[in-house]
Design a protein around this ligand. Sequence first.
Ligand code: HAM
Length: 418
Amino acid sequence: MARINKIKGFADLFPPESNLYVFMEERARKVFPLYGYEEIRIPVLEKTELFARSIGGETDIVQKEMYTFADRKGRSLTLRPEATAGVVRAFIESGMASREGVYKFFTFGPMFRYERPQKGRMRQFHQIDVEMFGPEHPQADGELILMLFNYLQELGLNSLTFYVNSLGCKECRPQFQEKLVAFLTQVPEENLCADCQRRRTTNPLRVLDCKVEKCREVVREAPKITDCLCEECKKHFEQVITILNQSQIPWEHNPFLVRGLDYYQRTTFEVVSFDANIGAQSAIAGGGRYDGLVRNLGGPDVPGLGFACGMERIALLLEGQKQNSLDFFVAIIAEQALNAGIELAQRLRQKGYRGEVSFEAKSLKAHLRQANKKKSRTCLILGEEELVQKVVQVKNLQTGLQQSVAWEDIEQALGILF
Ligand code: HAM
């Protein structure tokens, strides 16, 4: 029979890769609640109109990247290309949007975009999505970016840059847009890529972050939105900057950061990595403020802001950092030590250490090969001699150092090692 393979741009995740996803989710569940966020779950399938109305009909996502199909009754449905629209819909539909207060949510899950697959870019990919509703204050924008920074640090990611910009509001952005269109109409057609020739009338802001080199050259001379902000937006942006400056976040103002979704107002940001492992796809997270979106989707006028992390891209960075899957691997080198090994492993697991134990006695060499394959931090060696003396040889697999430890001291020894 012919074999059935997976769809292009979709992936199966097995260990050790899948462990990275568990790790990202675990750390999110640890960090986000420190700021008052709670986990929610929402559907992956929504009515197409939800995305067209929120992300914007002229965006690449809606124009050419959505998985849209008719269901059995002919209704147009779409596999979500991102989570914000669905979270906002659920927020309104639940009635919460009509009750005052600050609401903070996070959610994980698969998203779908029909893009050309490459390293760090998939058709089914995963996001960690965070949304906050209620506050209009710049302190909320600041805290959100601080939380993202805290989270990425918890993952052990350090060499990152945070690009920050303001896109103004519905008062000042149209004026900027006019200036930009005036500038772009003077640019000779051949100096822009085919997409941007179209965008300069349909969605001129998107020309600003086109990745094609000749467009980037044009954009260097373009007017900057942050020079055209109204007083309110200017004040808001300055306050966000003050918060960023009093933190250790490595941030830069990028006046050409506009993002690929139309719902943003005022603060926008993107986190990029210059690590070679991530390929050409350098943005690992992005977000911003989207005041007006809740109302645009039929709810009351509640401000909102959030971000999403791309889990595939973060996984590429983490892979480069070599993760340990296990804390210990118990290597039994004499038959009579098998049961003592089970007992020892059980004790360590009850203390929260992750580990495995060999179910058969083998040569030390074979065990070490296995322990390294499982990416264990340590190998605990139990043989005839150790059984008699009630000790275990603890080998640190990173440094190669080995020491003899009494059974009752083993938890303490592992504690020191980590
Ligand atoms: P986004 O910038 O479209 O924003 O996506 C966020 C992150 O998802 C990107 O920075 C990237 O790491 C990852 N990502 C996007 N497309 C792909 C892909 N095809 N393959 C792998 N990773 C990908 C949003 O989706 C907004 N909803 C974020 C947000 C939440 N804004 C406010 N709240």
